[in-house]
Design a protein around this ligand. Structure first.
Ligand code: 2IT
Length: 446
């Protein structure tokens, strides 16, 4: 490893030794940058690696709220404003009991490079809370969101920091956050994306992450002179991302055979298509957070407490949460013939899984490239808000597709330039990094 890269990594491992997920994400990115650091001395001269791994700002705050019985609860809220070299901080809010500062730092760090890859003017950030949405009434969720944004509103804004949804934050939560912000600042403005279609939201934003991942998969298959037609796909999750991926993949002739939730996974040998895909939305809206309901309704196999990676498939697309596919899962998938893995979730695969894919010539698309369609369409929502215009569905979809095609091409070109052709991890990290690093140098030591 390049001595500068290892010096920075070692320093971070000492300084933030308890931040496991953050260190995992940083290690992957920095290791990919070895050759760039060697070929381009300006990055060391300007100490870009130390600067880019430290958030510009972290806001952490108390979120008190009352449940329907009048009991008081307290959660922790965060916003990691990681990097604003390319534009206002941009990235989702995650409400989930597993949320920690380490997790949000990993997500915010990834978001810098993902947003850079989209080619749109967006910096990187992430936020959220350890609040558990599951089992809460609408009123409880509303009171929580109002309390959360009553603090956070002073740190965000259309030209400062533009949040969006993520796990646990969907249309309902974005509505409550938006309404309270508007009341506080007395301005109707595009400071958050994923808004409702009648009040500033963009068409295709709900579908965008899943659509984008499938467009990216198509591009990889094109290089191999293949297509999605008749491919069998295993998905995890059953939320917004899995839903969008299922819609687009089935439209292009592929067959979806699994979805999953915290309770286990469903194997539907007949394929998940048409109304069955619509039913994912019903399950999500029920707030139960269970996929067994699908198995009961459509008489499909349900595997309690298991992940879907033991099935025979051509393509695996993790759509749920970080580290949801590990080295052992990878070995099983490979043995059963899977030869393409597309991360629609952020850091869905462990480093051991990614190593297995590389060893076995399985194509692998990292999340920061493959799931960039979500934030890219958020960027298009920001553009529409700034222009006070609303684009047609086809226009947004065509722009999204073009962005994914460009990201794929840029990753591939970067991998070739650095003698790692077809390594999308290295390609994405290098292509994403260079623009941000050069912008930081051009903007001086801030
Ligand atoms: O991980 C992600 O890219 C998102 N949750 C979407 C972020 C955004 O600002 O749309």
């Amino acid at each position: 490893m390049n001595p500068y890269v290892s010096e920075v990594l070692e320093g971070l491992k000492k300084k933030y030794y308890w931040e496991k997920e953050f260190l995992q994400a940083v290690t992957e990115v920095l290791e990919s940058l070895n050759l760039v650091i060697e070929r381009e001395p300006r990055y060391k001269k300007h100490r870009i690696l130390e600067r880019i791994t430290e958030p510009e700002r972290v806001v952490m705050f108390r979120v008190p709220w009352q449940d329907d019985r009048g009991e008081i609860h307290v959660n922790t809220g965060y916003r990691v404003q990681f990097n604003s070299a390319l534009g206002p901080y941009k990235g989702g809010l995650r409400f989930h009991p597993s949320v920690t500062l380490s997790g949000l730092k990993f997500l915010g760090f990834e978001q810098i490079f993902k947003n850079s890859l989209t080619g749109l003017p967006m910096g990187g950030g992430k936020g959220g809370s350890d609040f558990n949405v599951t089992g809460k009434s609408d009123n409880e969720v509303m009171r929580f969101c109002q309390s959360f944004i009553t603090e956070l509103h002073r740190h965000v804004g259309p030209n400062t920091d533009v949040p969006a949804g993520d796990i646990g934050v969907g249309g309902r939560e974005i509505g409550y956050l938006f309404g309270q912000y508007k009341k506080l600042v007395n301005r109707f403005e595009g400071w958050i994306t994923g808004k409702g279609l009648y009040w500033g939201g963009s068409l295709i934003r709900p579908e965008a992450t899943g659509f984008g991942a499938i467009y990216f998969a198509e591009e990889i298959l094109k290089v191999k002179k293949e297509s999605l037609k008749d491919k069998t796909i295993a998905l995890s999750g059953f939320g917004n991302v899995a839903w969008g991926a299922a819609l687009k993949a089935t439209e292009l002739g592929a067959k979806i055979i699994t979805i999953s939730g915290p309770d286990g996974f469903v194997y539907d040998k007949d394929g998940i298509s048409g109304d069955k895909i619509k039913y994912l939305l019903t399950m999500r809206a029920s707030g139960r957070d269970m996929v067994k309901d699908y198995a009961d309704k459509y008489k499909a196999e349900f595997h309690s407490g298991k992940r879907p990676w033991s099935v025979k498939c051509d393509i695996a697309i993790p759509c749920a949460i970080q580290n949801e596919l590990d080295g052992e899962d990878a070995k099983v998938l490979i043995k059963k013939g899977c030869n393409l893995v597309v991360e629609a979730s952020n850091m869905g695969c462990t480093p051991e899984a990614v190593t297995e894919f590389a060893k076995n010539q399985v194509s692998f698309a990292p999340g920061k490239a493959a799931n960039a369609g979500g934030v890219a369409t958020s960027g298009l929502e920001m553009s529409q808000n700034s222009m006070r215009l609303k684009w047609e569905k086809n226009e947004v979809d065509a722009r999204l597709k073009q962005i994914m095609v460009n990201i794929h091409a840029n990753c591939l070109t970067a991998s070739q330039e650095y003698d790692q052709e077809g390594n999308y991890v290295i390609g994405a990290n290098i292509a994403g990094f260079k623009k941000v690093a050069d912008a930081m140098i051009e903007q001086g030591l801030v």
